[in-house]
Design a protein around this ligand. Structure first.
Ligand code: ATP
Ligand code: MG
Length: 280
């Protein structure tokens, strides 16, 4: 077993509390109630659970978008701080659920990714940024010409490919994908999942994959943590947990799962956007 990359210890996140505008006491709600996770280098780790379980809140803490109320997150053995140093932050990137909301509509794809490259010192000048952007788009199955268009010119699947290219731009070690296909048409979900899995393998990335679909997790992930109401109720290898669930809640999720046909990871290199995914 490889060594831990990310360790989450007794993570707690509460919302509300305090007083509102009229000094009335606000109800305090604990969305995450003492979560422990160990994610090992190179693995694909799933967090599953129903809506409201606290999955996104955990993900946001990992990528630094949410400050924990208490607990600790260690990355490569070092405590992860909310105002973390640049190196720690760039090593952890996120693919968002909503490819529409996560791209700036006013910027071309090339300027958005190019800016990220320059700010992080990955590309020295405009030329280098364009070359690297073309390479990243290619990895995500998009043509280099996509660079000169704005997000509205793309379909949902293509936008998520752009989101993936952007997440990979500064060579992350850990990719956190929060329901990366749930906003997409069912017909294009598999191609995006296959792309993520292939990139994860080829680039040797560690991936935290959040989903409420156990059938997808079965095909994509090595280990899984099942969350319910802010706690991890069960954790283990995907094979073990899905074949012999120990927790009643896991069994309930499994009962609601329909089997998927196996996904083939293309050996031919890039998984290009299928015809249904293209627009204009
Ligand atoms: N900023 C916030 N303020 C108040 N409550 C919040 C906030 N963010 C999340 N919550 C609450 O915390 C709980 C967990 O939310 P979270 O988004 O982590 O769930 P989730 O497991 O990702 O669900 P889904 O599958 O619907 O995405 C929910 O009850 C949610 O309403
Ligand atoms: Mg969520």
């Amino acid at each position: 077993m490889s060594e831990p990359l990310l360790e989450v210890r007794d993570l707690r996140v509460g919302f509300g509390g305090g007083r509102d505008f009229f000094f009335r006491r606000k109800e305090r709600f604990e969305a995450v109630r003492g979560v422990d996770l160990t994610i090992r280098k190179g693995e694909s780790f799933a967090i599953v659970g129903e809506s409201g379980a606290g999955k996104s809140t955990v993900a946001k803490c990992i990528v630094g978008l949410q400050a924990p109320t208490s607990g600790e997150i260690r990355f490569e053995g070092e405590p992860l701080r909310v105002e973390a140093d640049a190196d720690q932050r760039r090593a952890i990137q996120m693919v968002f659920q909503d490819p529409y909301g996560s791209l700036n509509p006013r910027m071309t794809v090339g300027s958005a990714i190019g800016e990220l490259l320059r700010v992080n010192g990955v590309a020295a000048d405009k030329e280098a940024a364009r070359a690297r952007t073309a390479e990243l788009l290619g990895m995500a199955g998009l043509p280099a010409a996509a660079m000169d268009k704005r997000p509205r010119a793309f379909s949902g699947g293509q936008r998520q490919r752009i989101g993936i290219a952007r997440a990979l731009a500064i060579d992350p070690t850990l990719l956190v994908a929060d329901e990366p296909v749930s906003a997409l048409d069912v017909s294009i979900q598999a191609s995006i999942l296959i792309l993520l899995k292939r990139l994860q393998r080829e680039l040797g990335l560690t991936m935290v994959f959040i989903s409420h679909d156990l059938a997808v997790v079965k095909q994509l992930c090595d280990r899984v943590a099942v969350m319910n109401e802010g706690v991890v109720v069960e954790e283990g290898s995907v094979g073990e947990v899905l074949a012999h669930p120990k927790d009643a809640y896991t069994q309930k999720l499994l009962d609601a799962t329909t089997e998927l046909p196996p996904m083939e990871i293309s050996e031919l290199g890039v998984v290009a956007a299928p015809p249904g995914e293209t627009r204009g």
